[in-house]
Ligand binder design. Structure first.
Ligand code: NAP
Length: 540
C-alpha cells in the first residue's frame, strides 16, 4: 500500500494570537501544520508574531496576504515586506511569498533562517490558461515550494485543473481549486500530488471551500487516502449540502473498507465521465438535477431506470485486468463505461414494508404455486407531488398493487405522471383530496368510511429547510389510522409529520428513506452489505 502523503494545514484567521493558539489546541489531533494568516490579526498583534512558532508546537507557515490575492493586509507593500523581514527569524517552517513579490533581501533572510519559501499565486477569477507552465516557473530556486490556488467555476474548469495536476505529477508543489467546484482537489489533495491541503476552523474562512479539520481528518480521512483507496461520490448541483458523504463514509469505516465518498458539484453530466476517469471514481450517487439527464450517457441500465425515467446510482463497469482505464489519472485513456441503477424506489419501500409489518405480510402471502403478494397490495395511497421523487414512489406503489391517487400544485404534471402509471390525478386542494379518496375506493367494501386513505406519501419540497413552516396539506385532517410517509429529511420532522404523529398516525420520516436507498447503493458500489452497527448509529 502506498504511504499517505496528505498533510492537513489549518489556516489561522482569528484576530489575536491567543485565539489562534486556542484553535490549534482544539484541533491538534487533526492537523499536521498551521498557517498563521497574520493579515487577519489586529494591528497591535503584528509586533508579537515572531514568538508564534515556538508557542504553536507544530510547523508554521507565515503568510501576510495582500488584498489583491484575497488577503486582508491594508498597509503598503513596503510595510508588508518590513513585517515579513522582521518576523522571519522566529523559527517558521515556511513563509508564503507571492510570485510577483520582488524582495531579494527577504528571500536572502528566509534562506539564512532556514525558512522554506512557498512561492504562490492565487487566481480568484478561474483556472488560467497556461497553469502548468506557470506553476513550473514559480520556484526561483530548487528549495522553493510552488503553490497554485485557482478558482474553478464549472465542471469544465475542474477538468482543466485535474488535467494540470496530472501533467505536474512529478513536481513537488501545492495545488488546489477553491470554492465548491474545486472541492475534490481539497479532499484528494495527496492523490493529486499536492504537498498539503488547507482548512479553516475559526469564524472566518481563509479561502472559499475550506472545511474544518475534523471533517477532513475523520469524515474524508484525507491523511490516509492513497492511490489504492476506492473512490465514490455524489454528483448534483448544488451538492455540498448532501448527507450522503456522512452515510457512506460511516459505512466504509465500520466495514473496514479503504474507500472514500465525496461530493462533486457537476453542471454538465457529460463532463462527469472524464472527471470520474481522471479521479478513478468507481460509483456515483446522482441527485438533482441530473437523475434524468445522466441516462443517455449510461452504457447499461437496470430496466427499472427506463421504467421510471430516473437514475440515482451509477456503477463503473468492471474492467479487464490490466485495462489502462482502471488507473486513476490515466491520460488519454478510453472512457470507463457505466451502468445505471435506481435505489430510490426500493429505498422508499424498505421502511414502509417494515412499518406495515410481518403480520400483514404473512396474511397476504400467496398460496401454493402463486407468487407472493406484496403486503402493500390493496392499500389506498395518496401521493402529494409529481416531481422526480414522486415518480419513483408512484412506480413502486403501483407495482406493489396499491390504488394510487396523485395530488399536485401543478395539475398537468400530476396528470402526465398518472397517465403513465394508470392512476388518478387531482389538484392539491380540499376538493382534490375528496375526489382522490373516492377514486382510490374510500368507503368501498372492506374499507372504513372514516379512513379515506391507508397511506399518505408527501414527496414535495414543501416543508424542506429553509421553508420549515410549509405544510402542503393544511386542509386535510388526519384520522389517526393512516401511515404518513414524509420524503423531506431536513428537518427530520416536518410540520406535516408532526401533525400526523399528533393525530396518532404511524409516521415515517425522509431520513429513513435516505438511509435505505444509500444502503442499497453501498452494496452496489462495494459488493458488501452496509454494516449493522453503523446503521444503528446513523438511525439514532
Ligand atoms: P422536484 O422534481 O423538483 O419536484 C418538486 C415537487 O414539489 C413538485 O411536485 C412541486 O410541485 C412540488 N412543490 C414544490 N414546492 C411546493 C409548495 N410550496 N407547495 C406544494 N408543492 C410544492 O423535486 P424531487 O426530486 O421530487 O424532490 C422533492 C422532495 O423529496 C425534496 O424535498 C427532496 O429532498 C425529497 N427527496 C427525498 C428523498 C429521500 O431519500 N428521503 C429522495 C428523493 C427526494 P409543482 O409541480 O407544482 O412545481
Amino acid at each position: 500500500m502506498q504511504a499517505a502523503t496528505t498533510r492537513i494545514c489549518l489556516a489561522l484567521t482569528e484576530k489575536s494570537l491567543a485565539e489562534d493558539l486556542a484553535l490549534i489546541e482544539g484541533n491538534r489531533r487533526h492537523i499536521d501544520l498551521v498557517e498563521l494568516r497574520a493579515d487577519f490579526l489586529d494591528p497591535g498583534e503584528l509586533a508579537r508574531v515572531a514568538s508564534f512558532p515556538a508557542r504553536a508546537g507544530l510547523p508554521v507557515i507565515l503568510t501576510i496576504r495582500r488584498r489583491s490575492e484575497g488577503g486582508h493586509f491594508v498597509g503598503s507593500e513596503s510595510e508588508r515586506i518590513a513585517l515579513l523581514e522582521g518576523a522571519i527569524g522566529g523559527g517558521w517552517a515556511f513563509v508564503d511569498l507571492e510570485e510577483d513579490l520582488l524582495a531579494p533581501a527577504l528571500d536572502a533572510a528566509a534562506e539564512r533562517s532556514g525558512v522554506r519559501v512557498i512561492r504562490s499565486f492565487h487566481d480568484y477569477s478561474g483556472v488560467p490558461q497556461g497553469l502548468v507552465a506557470r506553476t513550473r516557473r514559480l520556484a526561483r530556486n530548487p528549495s522553493e515550494l510552488p503553490k497554485a490556488a485557482v478558482m474553478p467555476r464549472s465542471t469544465r474548469d475542474l477538468l482543466a485543473l485535474l488535467g494540470a495536476c496530472s501533467e505536474l505529477a512529478g513536481l513537488e508543489k501545492i495545488i488546489l481549486g477553491m470554492g465548491e467546484w474545486g472541492f475534490p482537489t481539497r479532499i484528494l489533495s495527496g492523490r493529486l500530488g499536492s504537498y498539503l491541503t488547507y482548512c479553516t476552523a475559526g469564524k472566518v474562512q481563509a479561502a472559499p471551500g475550506h472545511v474544518d479539520p475534523l471533517a477532513l481528518d475523520e469524515l474524508y480521512r484525507v491523511r490516509s487516502l492513497t492511490a489504492a483507496t476506492r473512490l465514490f461520490c455524489v454528483i448534483g448541483n448544488p451538492v455540498m449540502h448532501s448527507r450522503s458523504p456522512l452515510i457512506h463514509n460511516s459505512g466504509y469505516r465500520a466495514a473496514g473498507l479503504d474507500a472514500c465518498y465525496l461530493p462533486i458539484q457537476i453542471d454538465d453530466p457529460a463532463l462527469f465521465l472524464p472527471v470520474a476517469d481522471r479521479l478513478g471514481v468507481e460509483g456515483a450517487s446522482v441527485t438533482i438535477p441530473h437523475k434524468e439527464s445522466i441516462i443517455p450517457l449510461l452504457a447499461e441500465r437496470d430496466p427499472f431506470v427506463d421504467r421510471i425515467g430516473s437514475c440515482n446510482t451509477m456503477v463503473r463497469l468492471a474492467l479487464a485486468p490490466g485495462d489502462a482505464r482502471a488507473a486513476p489519472f490515466a491520460r488519454g485513456a478510453a472512457r470507463a463505461r457505466w451502468r445505471g441503477e435506481n435505489t430510490d424506489a426500493s429505498g422508499f419501500l424498505a421502511p414502509l414494508l417494515a412499518a406495515v409489518g410481518g403480520g400483514k405480510a404473512a396474511e397476504r402471502r400467496g398460496g401454493e404455486g402463486h407468487p407472493p403478494r406484496s403486503p402493500l397490495a390493496g392499500l389506498r395511497a395518496l401521493v402529494i407531488g409529481a416531481g422526480g421523487a414522486s415518480r419513483a414512489v408512484v412506480a413502486a406503489l403501483v407495482e406493489a398493487g396499491c390504488a394510487v391517487a396523485i395530488l399536485n400544485r401543478t395539475l398537468d404534471r400530476a396528470q402526465r405522471l398518472a397517465a403513465e402509471f394508470g392512476c388518478c390525478a387531482e389538484p392539491l386542494s380540499s376538493a382534490g383530496v375528496e375526489r382522490a379518496a373516492s377514486a382510490v375506493g374510500a368507503g368501498a367494501a372492506g374499507h372504513p368510511a372514516s379512513l379515506p386513505f391507508d397511506l399518505i406519501v408527501q414527496t414535495t419540497s414543501a416543508g424542506m429547510r429553509p421553508h420549515e413552516d410549509e405544510d402542503p396539506l393544511p386542509f386535510y385532517e388526519f384520522r389517526g389510522g393512516e401511515i404518513v410517509y414524509e420524503l423531506v429529511y431536513a428537518p427530520r420532522e416536518t410540520v406535516l409529520l408532526a401533525r400526523a404523529a399528533h393525530a396518532g398516525c404511524r409516521t415515517i420520516g425522509g431520513f429513513e428513506m435516505l438511509l435505505a436507498q444509500a444502503y442499497l447503493q453501498f452494496k452496489l458500489f462495494t459488493g458488501v452489505e452496509f454494516p449493522e452497527d453503523a446503521k444503528r448509529r446513523l438511525a439514532g
